[in-house]
Design a protein around this ligand. Structure first.
Ligand code: 1OR
Length: 280
């Protein structure tokens, strides 16, 4: 199909690198802005340099529309400072605010990845500084990683009961942030009493749960299987891990760090809280 074709990474090596001259200080500002952005993870040194070389500084004022829904995709943007609102209009209805961005956020990748019209409008809600990356450089360097990761987790995330209420775009963002880890039979994934830094989804295999009571006796609790999640309690309550979790056979999990958990799973916090009541 046409869209499958447009996703194929370019084999063309005869490109001319985009180099926008910049000061050392500007380079440092870009590095700080992309430091925690998952789309820039796993670049080699040359790719990292090419991306920074190609970025161009764009200053916008409060109220300015940076992207117009339905428009053609030209640039991908990273936010250095300032805030933005995202609006979507469905079937000609008045635009609704669906999302927002602050420093370190990024937007505008969809139209470039899928050769599609802009899916949303983006308006500055304060004076702001953006770094813009042209379409060709985005596709050459950032798209391959991103689309591979999104495809890899797409089917799995669609089948996780916790996440069914999310928009596809929200699942894309979770896929960007996930990392897979493997554990062998009996290996400890979470230790009761530890401080929690990660959230886990079971990609394949099973996990055993146990809880040590005040007398030091370890009790077996119902186990977990593919599509189940764990590790959210300590992140939600800032309390130590409540149970031990071990691999039962070979276990594959997808994990999110605490920051990404808070940012990306905000929409399902109510579900977590409701499900917490079932633990007692
Ligand atoms: P783009 O190139 O289509 C608009 O230009 C950008 O807005 C888009 O890439 C995304 O980077 C960003 N749905 C679609 N695009 C979104 C959304 C979104 N949020 C931010 N963008 N939704 C919001 C999900 C919380 C779904 C709304 C139905």
């Amino acid at each position: 199909s046409v869209s499958a074709e447009s996703m194929a990474p370019s084999q063309d090596k005869d490109y001319i690198k985009v180099v926008i001259p910049k000061t050392e200080q500007q380079r440092q500002r870009i590095e700080a802005s992309i430091a925690n952005n998952f789309l820039f993870k796993n670049l080699d040194e040359e790719q990292y340099k090419d991306v920074i070389d190609a970025m161009v500084e764009k200053r916008v004022i409060e109220g300015e529309e940076v992207i117009k829904q339905g428009g053609i995709g030209d640039y991908f943007y990273v936010v250095e400072t300032g805030t933005f609102d995202v609006y979507v209009s469905k079937n000609g209805a008045p635009p609704e605010r669906v999302n927002e961005y602050g420093p370190g956020g990024s937007f505008g990748e969809l139209a470039l990845m899928y050769n599609a019209p802009r899916a949303a409008s983006i308006v500055a809600t304060s004076d702001a500084v953006l770094w813009a990356l042209d379409r060709v450089t985005f596709r050459r360097i950032l798209m391959e990683n991103t689309s591979r990761k999104r495809r890899m987790y797409e089917t799995f995330l669609e089948e996780v009961p916790l996440l069914v209420s999310l928009e596809p775009y929200e699942r894309h963002k979770i896929a960007d942030a996930l990392e897979s880890l493997y554990y062998e039979d009996g290996e400890l994934v979470i230790k009761q009493g530890d401080i929690g830094n990660n959230f886990y989804l079971i990609e394949s295999g099973e996990a055993r749960l146990t809880k040590v009571d005040e007398d030091g006796v370890e009790h077996e609790l119902p186990g977990l299987k593919k599509g189940d999640y764990f590790g959210e309690l300590a992140l939600l309550n800032n309390k130590p891990r409540a149970v031990n979790i071990r691999a039962k056979g070979r276990l594959k999990v997808a994990t999110l760090g605490k920051k990404a958990f808070v940012r990306l799973l905000g929409p399902v916090v109510d579900i977590f809280k409701r499900n917490c009541d079932n633990y007692d």
